[in-house]
Design a protein around this ligand. Structure first.
Ligand code: OGA
Ligand code: NI
Length: 336
């Protein structure tokens, strides 16, 4: 069975061999830009500018930070406190969520694909669906005692906020109102990530360069840095802003917008002096829904860049392609 790093790192004074990346894949490989940052958007700001600001950031960076978004500071902090309490539990308690049973949807995972990958990544995560809440909450941890209550309230509020952002994106792309409702935003998945302190962060990555598979991600990254976004061949650090969500465009939104919006590469670098806990919420389409560039966005002069396919087809090959360093969108592209 895969060993959680949050269980073993307290007894590991050095990075175990199986986590050490080959030199060309280590975090120092590209410069981290010293002052560039991703755009910050105020959801409570000038409403006339808001839609264009979101589209511009999604086009240029595929990432932005959202402030004044209406989810309370208290809830954003509380959910991280509960997440940290979960990862601080004794090993046996967390180990219960390791399962091969496909009916168990709430699962613990370490690294990405521990059994198959060549090198492991410095992350443990607890993943579970959250929408509709009543269908999933019974599978969530009961320890810490506040897990279900706090994560329940948080997931509902984050889903509502995500749908609001998708409505603004819909307006900005001039799609028919409600385009992202229904089957495209059928589900929601949470990944509670924990990156323990690492004895030598220059040798490992918490998460390798990847792009998210779904529609949109809202990340609560707390106050510990570590997330980096690739922009013009340079890594840009995403500075933690108090009480902000990091929002990023996923693969499906890149396809629907026919490449106008960008699903950007990002990665996580762990720290040597403090553990980092983050919570990512993904809005995901149903497996049967057909995804394709929106018909109103394609024309003879702007032909579709992607084929149509079901989301289930895409997710089936996404993980394997990502781990092999292949662009998961490649097989769905239309070549002129
Ligand atoms: C992810 C991710 C970033 C972070 O879960 O897909 O990119 O900072 N997380 O934890
Ligand atoms: Ni990601």
């Amino acid at each position: 069975m895969a060993q959680l790093i949050s269980n073993m790192c307290s007894i590991q004074p050095v990075v175990p061999e199986s986590y050490i990346l080959p030199p060309e894949r280590r975090p120092g490989q590209l410069v981290v830009h010293p002052c560039k940052t991703i755009p910050v958007i105020d959801l409570d700001g000038d409403q006339n500018e808001l839609v264009q600001e979101i589209i511009k950031a999604s086009q240029e960076y595929g990432f932005f930070q959202l402030i004044n978004h209406g989810v309370s500071e208290e809830l954003m902090k509380d959910v991280l406190v509960v997440a940290k309490e979960f990862f601080d539990l004794p090993a046996e308690e967390k180990q219960r969520f390791f399962s091969e049973d496909p009916k168990q949807t709430c699962r613990m995972k370490t690294s990405i694909d521990f059994a198959r990958e060549k090198v492991h990544f410095w992350r443990d995560s607890l993943r579970h669906p959250c929408h509709p809440l009543e269908e999933h909450i019974q599978q969530w941890p009961e320890n810490p005692a506040r897990y279900r209550e706090v994560f329940g309230q948080y997931s509902v509020e984050v889903r509502n906020l995500s749908l609001r952002i998708l409505d603004l994106v819909c307006e900005g792309l001039v799609l028919e109102p409600g385009y992202f409702g229904g089957e495209l935003s059928w589900g929601q998945k949470m990944s509670v990530n924990h990156y323990p302190r690492c004895p030598d962060p220059t040798l490992v990555l918490g998460l390798p360069k990847h792009r998210d598979a779904y529609l949109i991600t809202l990340l609560n990254q707390g106050d510990v840095p570590g997330l980096q976004v690739l922009k013009d061949e340079q890594w840009v650090a995403v500075e933690p802003l108090p009480h902000a969500f990091v929002v990023n465009i996923n693969h499906m939104l890149q396809i629907i917008s026919n490449g106008k919006l960008k699903s950007a590469d990002h990665r996580v670098v762990p720290s040597s002096n403090v553990a980092r806990t983050t919570i990512a919420s993904f809005i995901r389409p149903s497996s049967d829904v057909v995804v394709q560039p929106a018909t109103s966005l394609v024309s003879e002069s702007n032909p579709p860049l992607y084929k149509s396919f079901t989301f289930g087809d895409f997710i089936g090959s996404y993980m394997k392609d990502t781990l092999e360093g292949i662009d998961p969108l490649e097989r769905f592209m239309i070549r002129p």
